[in-house]
Design a protein around this ligand. Structure first.
Ligand SMILES: [Zn+2]
Length: 200
């Protein structure tokens, strides 16, 4: 078992710092180093495989519990994330907040809700995604929320690797930031060195 309990071994020290979040990713084998094509199409030397973290319910509870505690001051009716990665994240965060958990699925250029899922007008929605890079999926989820006349109160992610370049019109919270460059293909030094490209 990964050492989730060890993270909170000191009484009163339950704050999940950026360093601890990255340690969880490393311990779970979810922080890969090499030459990767990210979901956004950009290249990077680091790839974050959040599914490897969320296979441990204890890690999911720790990370989502921290997100929930930072959001608790707001009333939240619904937590929603993009499938598949956002499913567990939305569920666990919603459980902590006493909210409903939904996920959006990609269809054509946007996202849709499957039958049985509804967002009511004027509901207050927290949008979650594991890693923020360009915010592409999150924008589509925001559009889906607005299409239902509900409001997005905040965006919450485990790791922000956007270096502050993403503006979504609502506050963005993250548990950790990763200051690693993401390269356009034409400017990628790893491509220039001929390092084998991996598409996780
Ligand atoms: Zn490259």
């Amino acid at each position: 078992m990964a050492d989730g309990r060890e993270l909170f071994s000191q009484k009163g020290d339950r704050m999940l710092t950026s360093e601890k979040v990255l340690r969880i990713y490393r311990n779970a084998g979810a922080l890969l180093e090499g030459h990767f094509r990210l979901r956004s199409g950009k290249h990077s030397s680091i790839f974050l495989q959040t599914a490897a973290v969320l296979q441990y319910p204890e890690y999911a509870a720790a990370l989502c519990g921290e997100l929930a505690s930072r959001t608790r001051v707001e009333q939240v009716d619904v937590v929603i994330g993009p499938a598949i990665g956002g499913v567990i994240m939305a569920y666990e965060t919603a459980r902590e907040l006493g909210a409903r958990a939904l996920f959006g699925e990609k269809k054509d250029q946007g996202m849709f809700l499957r039958p049985g899922f509804d967002i009511q007008a004027r509901e207050r929605v927290l949008v979650v995604d594991d890693v923020l890079t360009t915010g592409g999926s999150i924008r589509k989820i925001i559009d889906l929320v607005h299409a239902n006349d509900a409001s997005v109160i905040s965006i919450a992610c485990f790791i922000d690797r956007s270096k502050g370049t993403v503006k979504l019109g609502v506050p963005i919270q993250s548990l950790a930031t990763l200051d690693i460059p993401n390269y356009e293909v034409a400017d990628c030094p790893l491509c220039a060195e001929g390092v084998e490209l991996v598409e996780p």
